[in-house]
Design a protein around this ligand. Structure first.
Ligand code: ADP
Ligand code: MG
Length: 403
């Protein structure tokens, strides 16, 4: 029997965060804020090459209950979706590059970066209680949900009002810096934009070259469709080094070209062959990597066009093509991801996120949700893989105050 990820309503998760706060600190929080995880529907491994992605914000939230304290320290408590409780105390003046580089860095790093860039303007410590329905490390961006819920909370507590649309780019930057500089993890900004800009019923076309985030209708129910997420639950072995090596090839190739942006390089795959030959690199491998990035961005632009034209058949075919390219050209899939892709029937299915583990998404007929989940689970168990966990994803609103 497929296992489904449990999701609370915004009111219920806000209530749980406030209760955790009261238990931990003995008084009521000033408020509770929430930010969603995200799923990238198409366009992976293109954000660092100025490409295009189409994610949407999930309904699943990370909720943060918060109040200022007079201790010159951040006190944190978090209960993760699996029930695991984490606690930390971080003096305000100890926050900076690679400090603290653990889970608390996503939270206090966002406040630190936003204060440094004068977007948030915090002047004291905070008591913080976190509860989340975004599974950690499943490719659904629990890290951005944590950063962005903190960002809107700290913004409102410091400035006395909620952030407006004009404040969002500054909060995106603070969240990215927390992850890149404080925690020391690599992120290209897709996740933070999705979590802050999400809109109910809409997907977001993010063009990293233009720096634009454009909501587009993504009304699956009107088409009788649903987006099924299967988290493979397979361990992320070697993922850091592998991610860096894929990105490294693209960065190195781009740095040898006269154009500033990968997007501006004409006929990049052919130039990549010449470059790899001159560099003594594996020519076919470099070609496949660069070709994926070019094709994936073109595919995602076509997918945005398919959404505008309401052509879900074309959209589903592009999803399948995307998975096959990530598998054969970029080589970031795993046997578990490929098993879920095959079991789901390929059409309308693809891995999502950075790969080397994580989740497979499938646009399925709404009547076939249970059936498809069962097929994916059967295939995983038959091959001795962990049992996946499942979620039906709907586009939800971005970071906001919950109570
Ligand atoms: P993803 O963002 O895809 O879930 P990451 O590796 O980027 O995966 O981020 C996961 C990490 O973020 C966790 O290992 C943990 O350090 C931190 N994190 C995310 N959500 C929470 C949470 N609710 N409580 C504590 N730490 C969290
Ligand atoms: Mg993350």
């Amino acid at each position: 029997m497929p296992r489904w990820i449990h999701t609370r309503t915004p009111d219920a998760i806000a209530h749980d965060a406030a209760r955790l706060f009261k238990e931990a600190y003995g008084y009521e929080p000033k408020g509770v804020w929430g930010a969603p995880g995200r799923v990238n529907v198409i366009g992976d491994h293109v954000d660092y090459a100025d490409g295009v992605s189409i994610p949407f914000a999930l309904e699943q939230l990370t909720a943060v209950a918060m109040a200022p304290n007079d201790k010159n320290a951040y006190r944190l408590v978090s209960v993760a979706p699996d029930g695991k409780k984490m606690e930390a105390t971080v003096p305000v003046d100890q926050v900076g590059p690679l400090s603290p580089a653990d889970w608390s860095g996503y939270v206090v790093g966002t406040i630190w970066a936003g204060t440094e860039s004068k977007v948030i303007g915090a002047t004291q410590g905070y008591d913080i209680a976190i509860v989340s329905d975004v599974p950690l490390g499943s490719g659904l961006s629990s890290s951005a949900a944590l950063e962005c819920s903190t960002a809107v909370a700290a913004f409102e507590l410091a400035n006395g009002h909620a952030p407006t649309h004009a404040d969002l780019p500054g909060l995106v930057d603070a969240a990215i810096r927390a992850e890149n500089e404080v925690v020391g993890a690599s992120t290209g900004g897709l996740d933070q934009r999705s979590s802050l800009y999400g809109e109910h019923g809409k997907a977001l076309v993010i063009d990293f070259r233009k720096g634009t985030t454009t909501p587009v209708p993504f009304d699956l129910e009107a088409h009788g469709l649903a987006l099924l997420i299967a988290d493979t639950n397979a361990p992320h072995t070697l993922s850091d080094g592998q991610y860096a090596s894929r990105r490294g090839v693209i960065d190195a190739f781009t740095s040898y070209q006269p154009e500033d942006s990968f997007r501006d390089i004409d006929d990049a795959p052919a130039k990549a062959r010449a470059w790899a030959t001159a560099q003594g690199r594996d020519v076919d491998e470099v070609f496949r990597r660069v070709n994926h990035v070019v094709e994936e961005t073109n595919r995602t632009i076509a997918a945005a066009g398919a959404l505008e034209a309401d052509d879900m058949d074309a959209f589903r075919q592009l999803m399948q093509d995307s998975h096959e390219s990530l598998r054969d050209q970029y080589e970031v899939t795993t046997p578990e991801l490929n098993s879920a892709f095959e079991a789901a029937g390929r059409y309308g299915s693809r891995m999502t996120g950075g790969g080397f583990g994580g989740s497979v998404i499938t646009l399925v007929d709404a009547k076939a949700i249970e059936d498809t989940a069962q097929k994916i689970e059967d295939a995983a168990l038959a091959q001795g893989f962990p049992a996946p966990t499942f979620l039906v994803a709907r586009p939800g609103d971005g970071a906001r105050r919950l109570s």
